[in-house]
Design a protein around this ligand. Structure first.
Ligand code: HEC
Length: 114
């Protein structure tokens, strides 16, 4: 009886392992590095924004209220040009990013949200 329940417990643990791996937490430090390599040209260091180039992301509605997933999706899509920002935002900021890169960057942005 005792042995069987221990075995059941062990197999439940093993079954849960792949889920844990798939949902690995985004890496904020990596996200910061990527942001500083790509996004600063329009959003500046610390995401404070630049007139005519990119908005202040610290107070941006999506960064404040959106999930990491929603922000990652925006990064992949970018934004069409507007009157205020005539260059718009190219998908992935003009680079090519993986899903993990976007999640890392989104998690980093969440740490800056005010
Ligand atoms: C060529 C300039 C440019 C680059 C490069 C750029 N962005 Fe943007 N980004 C913009 C502009 C412009 C907007 C605002 C669009 C609008 O709403 O008018 C924006 C908006 C955003 C928003 C949406 C905020 C909100 O609340 O709507 C996020 C998030 C964002 N950028 C993240 C990034 C990240 C992360 C990178 C780097 C991978 C990046 N951007 C690179 C120009 C840029």
């Amino acid at each position: 009886m005792k042995l069987r329940s221990r075995a059941a417990h062990a197999s439940a643990l093993v079954a849960a392992l792949p889920l844990v791996a798939a949902a690995a937490a985004p890496d904020v430090a990596k996200g910061k590095k990527k942001f500083e390599g790509i996004c600063v040209q329009c959003h500046r260091a610390d995401a404070e924004g630049m007139p005519g180039m990119g908005m202040d992301l610290r107070t941006a509605p999506l960064v404040r209220a959106g999930s990491v997933g929603a922000i990652a999706k925006f990064i992949a899509t970018g934004h069409t040009p507007t009157e205020k920002f005539p260059l718009g935002m190219p998908p992935d900021g003009g680079e090519s990013l993986s899903d993990a890169d976007r999640a890392d960057i989104a998690a980093y942005l969440k740490t800056l949200a005010e």
